[in-house]
Design a protein around this ligand. Structure first.
Ligand SMILES: [Fe+2]
Length: 297
């Protein structure tokens, strides 16, 4: 297995590996290190089905199971992201992730990685559409002025489950249903450090994101909003950003802790996209013994 960095602020291409077979323990450790170093790993030319995608993803942590979303038959852990209509019905979520966010930070144990496998990629004039853009939150932390790092060194922020969906619903043409009150009540806000230490690299990352963070704890509302806006503008500078342009057969594995992402909504309803996704929680990776053993293999 070869891991070749893109040379950009994020990203590496992984080749000479067939994900229909389980990764060796040694290669799994290299992939974990690759995630911490490069944030976004593209395994190109893969030919795996949903069950193989689920098995590969399950090595990294417990899979989020979302039976309310369109998913692979009998596998609520494998969501379908698609704008394809069959028999008058969308087969997947058509607008997943179309703004800046990090998955699952609204959970006490947040997200670790996403694993997306591309089966259809919209094309126009020979160019792929529906790219996934990332920003590097470790580089963004490193680039913050020392006084901001010191002022927010011990700060925490409040993350809310419904925030992203509520923001998407007010966008033009959104067909998202509202999140019911009962679901909101069952998902109380959680709190995470504004600067989190990455469990693999031990380096600090900026761990607030525009998708789910409501406020910085303990600050007056206006100061919290102003500080978050400053941090977001800082992290979204071009120098921290990287776009993955999809090809069929790409399996994209990315580290949520060291990145935010945003799915480009630049294709139309007749330009078909089909991606299958597993979302992996950070339960294994928050256990130092798991990381130690994986990196030693
Ligand atoms: Fe996402």
């Amino acid at each position: 297995m070869k891991i070749e960095p893109t040379g950009a602020i994020l990203g590496a291409r992984v080749t000479d590996v067939d994900l229909r077979e389980p990764l060796s323990r040694h290669d799994f450790g290299r992939v974990l290190l690759g995630l911490a170093d490069h944030g976004v790993l593209c395994f190109s030319g893969q030919q795996i089905d949903a069950a193989q995608l689920k098995a590969f993803s399950g090595r990294f942590g417990t899979l989020q199971s979302l039976s309310v979303l369109p998913h692979e038959q009998g596998m609520p852990e494998v969501s379908i992201l698609s704008n394809i209509v069959e028999n008058g019905k969308l087969i997947g979520i058509p607008d997943a992730g179309q703004d800046w966010h990090t998955d699952m930070t609204y959970n006490e144990i947040p997200g670790f990685v996403n694993v997306l496998m591309a089966y259809a990629v919209p094309m126009r004039d020979g160019k792929p559409l529906g790219g996934t853009e990332f920003t590097n939150t470790r580089a963004a932390y490193d680039g913050l002025p020392a006084d901001i790092k010191a002022r927010l060194a011990d700060a925490t922020a409040q993350h809310e489950f419904a925030k992203f969906s509520d923001m998407m619903r007010i966008k033009k043409g959104s067909t998202r249903p509202p999140i019911p009150e009962s679901v909101r009540r069952a998902r109380p806000p959680v709190h995470h450090p504004v600067f989190l230490t990455h469990p693999i690299s031990g380096k600090k990352v900026l761990y607030v994101n525009p998708g789910f963070v409501e406020s910085i704890d303990g600050l007056p509302a206006a100061e919290s909003a102003e500080t978050l806006e400053y941090l977001y503008q800082h992290a979204l500078q071009d120098k921290y950003r990287y776009v993955h342009r999809w090809s069929v057969g790409d399996l994209l594995l990315w580290d949520h802790i060291g990145t935010w992402h945003n799915a480009h909504a630049d294709y139309g309803p007749t330009e078909h996209r089909l991606i299958k996704r597993c979302q992996v929680t950070a339960d294994f990776i928050m256990n130092p013994a798991f990381v130690r053993e994986a990196l030693a293999a």
